[in-house]
Ligand binder design. Structure first.
Ligand code: CA
Length: 224
């Protein structure tokens, strides 16, 4: 799942990005309102975390643009403003939750999960291909009912392959969706992670699900 953080306090922003990445989310970071507004309206996210007091465009302006563009992605406001009027104003223009600084990372993570669970976004439901299942909310993978431990990056990679089950995805598509927008595309990095994932979800099972399409990319499907 991809999360956008728009926050101008760089130290806090990097801390949040790191924490969310350790919890298996793919995170893009914008440190000002202009970059935030661009990413929020041009990229697809499952959740946005917006600071309100930002240089250039504030969080409220970004959210107004997002909602007027018809984007229904859940939004959490993160802000030092703690008056009741600010909270009400934020919720009235379409924020889904509101967290006042200072906060604990555990509280933020709990709210992120709750927001994703409530969200009607299609990525919130369990993915299933043959006997392989992936639950994007509790971040767990099972094959034949057995839990499989995967790293955060392997989880994101598998989630992307399962979303596109039956369709070939290229290395470029994978790197754009699984790594953040600053990732330099080296195809062997993708190959290395595909190999690790195969070891975990295919090696010990009779039916292989991840297939290589020479010169094209990869496809996850149950083949006859
Ligand atoms: Ca700020």
């Amino acid at each position: 799942m991809r999360i956008l953080i728009v926050e101008d306090e760089e130290k806090l922003a990097r801390y949040l990005k790191k924490g969310l990445e350790e919890s298996s989310y793919v995170v893009d970071l914008a440190l000002n309102g202009t970059d935030g507004l661009h990413l929020a309206t041009h990229e697809a996210y499952d959740l946005m975390i917006l600071d309100i007091m930002l240089p250039e465009h504030d969080g409220v302006t970004i959210l107004k643009h997002v909602r007027s563009a018809g984007i229904i992605t859940p939004v959490i406001f993160l802000t030092a403003k703690d008056s009741t009027e600010d909270k009400v104003a934020g919720l009235n223009i379409g924020a889904d939750d509101y967290i006042v600084k200072p906060f604990s990372f555990h509280e933020l993570l709990a709210r992120v999960r709750a927001c994703l669970r409530r969200g009607s976004h299609k990525t919130s439901s369990e993915l299933k291909v043959a006997d392989l299942t992936l639950d994007p909310i509790v971040r767990k993978v099972f094959r034949e009912g057995k839990k499989i431990e995967v790293s955060p990056i392997e989880f994101s990679l598998l989630e992307y392959l399962m979303h596109n089950a039956g369709q070939v995805v290229t290395r470029t598509m994978i790197s754009e969706h699984v790594w953040d927008s600053n990732f330099e595309s080296f195809s062997n990095v993708v190959d290395v992670h595909i190999a690790k994932l195969r070891n975990k979800i295919d090696k010990d099972f009779g039916v292989k699900l991840i297939h290589t399409r020479r010169g094209a990319g990869y496809v996850l499907e149950e083949q006859d």
